[in-house]
Design a protein around this ligand. Structure first.
Ligand code: HEM
Length: 103
């Protein structure tokens, strides 16, 4: 299963991706990873904040996304040390992703 299939399948965050078709989902996966490592398809924090502002993403949603991503990396054989680095990169975006009034 890929990262975004896992996200779609999740009771916690699947709903956020319900209306999004597969090509856009795959596109999102590329942008997601690229934004974390500063790759060619990366986005500014301003843009990322603007995109997620109205999605009403909670801390629990964010936690689930981070957890699924770590799981996917582990499934593909990434070592724990590198997964930790990836999780730190994700964590650094929490405040611009989670809705301001979220619990
Ligand atoms: C570190 C965490 C995250 C990063 C780096 C990230 C990155 C991105 C990027 C780069 C885009 C595309 C912007 C564009 O095309 O203009 C995007 C869109 C989106 N993100 Fe995230 N995201 C993160 C977390 C989340 C979480 C936790 C959720 C929901 C649970 C989420 C849901 C969405 C949705 C629904 C879209 C819109 C997709 C579309 O309409 O095509 N994201 N994200």
């Amino acid at each position: 299963m890929t990262f975004y299939e896992m996200a779609l399948d999740s009771d916690q965050i699947g709903g956020h991706f319900e209306d999004i078709d597969m090509p856009r989902l795959i596109d999102h996966q590329t942008k997601f990873v690229s934004s974390l490592v500063g790759g060619p398809a990366s986005f500014s924090d301003e843009r990322i904040e603007a995109v997620h502002r109205n999605l009403n993403i909670s801390h629990a949603d964010f936690d689930e996304m981070a957890e699924l991503f770590a799981e996917a990396l582990s499934m593909h054989g990434m070592e724990d040390g590198h997964i930790k680095i990836a999780l730190n990169a994700i964590e650094s975006k929490r405040s611009i992703i989670v809705a301001r009034d979220a619990a």
